[in-house]
Design a protein around this ligand. Structure first.
Ligand code: NA7
Length: 539
């Protein structure tokens, strides 16, 4: 415990020093506020600090996975390729932190355990695992959409004789995989990246597949100085563009309709976007993919044919690795680099845990329900996250009259636009449920937009000499109603995945990310600000 941190008071405390938390610190400091960031890691970066597993990289292009508040900052970092890997992303965020001189205001290696609203003086009382007791008027949880790992998934994990590691807790010193027998459990975007990256290194790799994914080959050219000059010249265009598209990317649905295009035009469009090697096929081809089951099936079929070719039409592999039970794009679409071809290697085996589920982990490896034991030296848990709500419910957050966010959200997850929760004054959130987020939004776009809005409403309150901000119940109810209405017009809620919270036993079912479009969401936020925040009470 740092004795200086007993009873210390700030204007604002920010939880997390990832993409959002770093920017939030910068913005609030620019208002002249005293701000402390509490970060459990030993460095900045958030997602790009924690996810050190082999092959981790983002799949928004580097030219748009950016901060937009400074052209000079944009120009000062030269990405090496279109989709840089984790080490480069972590270096980039450290570069940003250095440029903005952020480190001095961040408390590293410290986790917020609890945050209690103190009605009497309108402040948050915050306690950390170091014993710090801090106070702040505003509490801004930049805790990440995908930061609460599902690490304790199987019975018997602690009995395993080898090394077991969740992808987002990959040791900094790395894991020696050479000539090892390795199990990867999970084939989401993470399991896919890990599988394709470690296969050439290990003696034997068993990939445990429960639900297969539609996956698209990533096109990842190197970026030269010339390329970056080109993107830098387009800085203003890109900055404006990303806030005005459906998913916060520079590409968008452009008015094309499946129903008016001819079959040849459809084929041409799908081929072109597939070959772009990005998420463009998903987020800029035909919007009917999300709403019309027949269109969804036709586009899914297009992708299945590609996947079959990549698997050399091997019937067993095709049966196990090509999805048929849900439509393309109703779960997060991963980009891959030779993932499917990995299964053609002699040292790689796909284990069907859809037909025969995993029973437990035993000292020798993975025990299946039919009694088979897969003996391995290392188990990689690519089992995902308690998305959206998990990072917040793992903190004891108490609002008015001692109400508990964890308890409330165990019944139903409700927020006002993912930015505030009724009953929790002066608590703001980014990357939280019911705002556009992960994959249905390029994260840097939506996080900056949310941080910007939060900063503006705080600035507005300060200018009005108000110190407490809270959405009304009606405001929140209306947002939840709208969110559900938009969701229910799509095929998304019909499919199980972390998008719907179904990957966490007992989690209430609701689409976590807002799917009404980043452009529309931003417009709504802009209008609220323009009209002095109707639905928000200032006291
Ligand atoms: P995901 O997408 O939630 O994937 C987790 C994977 O782990 C998925 O294939 C799961 O199968 C599998 N899983 C989880 N529990 C089990 C059990 N008990 N048995 C077998 N398989 C299991 O997490 P990721 O980390 O890949 O990606 C999360 C996001 O991070 C990603 O979408 C990007 O936006 C970045 P299931 O699908 O449940 O059958």
């Amino acid at each position: 415990m740092n004795v200086e941190n007993i009873g210390k008071s700030y204007d604002a405390i920010v939880i997390g020093a990832g993409v959002a938390g770093m920017y939030q610190l910068h913005k609030l400091r620019s208002l002249g506020m005293s701000v402390r960031v509490i970060e459990s890691a030993s460095g900045v970066g958030g997602t790009w600090y924690w996810n050190r597993y082999p092959g981790a990289r983002f799949d928004s292009q580097a030219e748009i996975y950016q901060y937009w508040f400074s052209k000079e900052l944009y120009e000062s970092w030269q990405p090496s390729e279109r989709f840089p890997a984790q080490p480069e992303s972590e270096r980039w965020l450290n570069h940003v932190a250095d440029k903005l001189d952020l480190h001095q205001d961040i408390e590293f290696n410290t986790r917020v355990d609890s945050a209690h609203w103190q009605e009497a003086d309108g402040t948050w009382a915050i306690r950390t695992d170091k014993g710090d007791q801090l106070e702040a008027r505003y509490l801004i949880a930049c805790t990440g959409m995908l930061s609460a790992p599902l690490e304790d998934v199987f019975k018997g994990q602690s009995t395993f004789q080898g090394q077991i590691c969740h992808t987002s807790r990959w040791p900094k010193e790395g894991v020696d995989l050479k000539r090892k027998r390795v199990a990867v459990i999970g084939t989401g975007a993470t399991g896919i990246q890990a599988t394709q990256s470690i296969a050439p290194e290990v003696e034997n790799l068993k990939v445990f597949v429960r639900t297969p994914q539609y996956t698209i080959p990533m096109r990842n050219p190197k970026y030269t100085e010339e390329d970056w000059k080109h993107w830098s010249k387009n800085f203003t265009y890109l900055k404006d563009k990303v806030l005005n598209t459906f998913a916060g990317f520079d590409y968008d649905f452009d008015g094309r309709s499946w129903h008016t295009d001819t079959p040849e035009q459809r084929e041409q469009t799908l081929e072109k976007l597939y070959n772009d090697g990005s998420l463009a096929l998903w987020l800029s081809s035909y919007p009917e993919m999300f709403t019309d089951a027949e269109v969804s099936e036709e586009i899914s079929q297009f992708v299945r044919v590609k996947m079959r070719e990549r698997l050399n039409n091997d019937p067993d592999l095709c049966n196990l690795l090509i999805p048929t039970s849900y439509g393309f794009g109703t779960r997060r679409v991963p980009l891959d680099t030779g993932y499917l071809e990995t299964f053609l290697r002699p040292n790689v085996e796909a284990v069907n845990c859809r037909e025969t589920p995993i029973e437990s982990i035993v000292p020798e490896g993975v025990l299946m329900q039919d009694g088979t034991v897969h003996e391995v030296d290392i188990i990689v848990l690519a089992t995902g996250f308690d998305a959206g709500s998990g990072a917040l419910t793992r903190i004891d957050i108490r609002g008015k009259e001692g109400r508990s966010l964890k308890e409330e959200w165990s019944n139903e997850i409700r927020t006002a636009m993912g930015l505030q929760v009724h009953g929790y004054p002066n608590l703001f959130t980014t990357g939280a449920p019911l705002a556009p987020s992960a994959a249905l939004c390029n994260m840097t776009t939506c996080l900056q937009q949310q941080v910007g809005w939060i900063t503006d409403i705080i600035q507005y309150a300060e200018a009005e000499d108000k110190t407490v901000i809270e959405p009304t119940k009606e405001c929140q109810d209306e947002w939840v109603r709208h969110h559900d209405e938009v969701t229910n017009q799509t095929l998304l809620p019909l499919v199980d995945s972390w998008y719907m919270g179904t990957n966490v036993p007992g989690k209430p079912r609701r689409l976590l990310s807002y799917c009404g479009g980043v452009n529309n969401y931003n417009q709504h936020c802009v209008e609220l600000a323009r009209n002095n925040y109707p639905g928000f009470v200032f006291a």
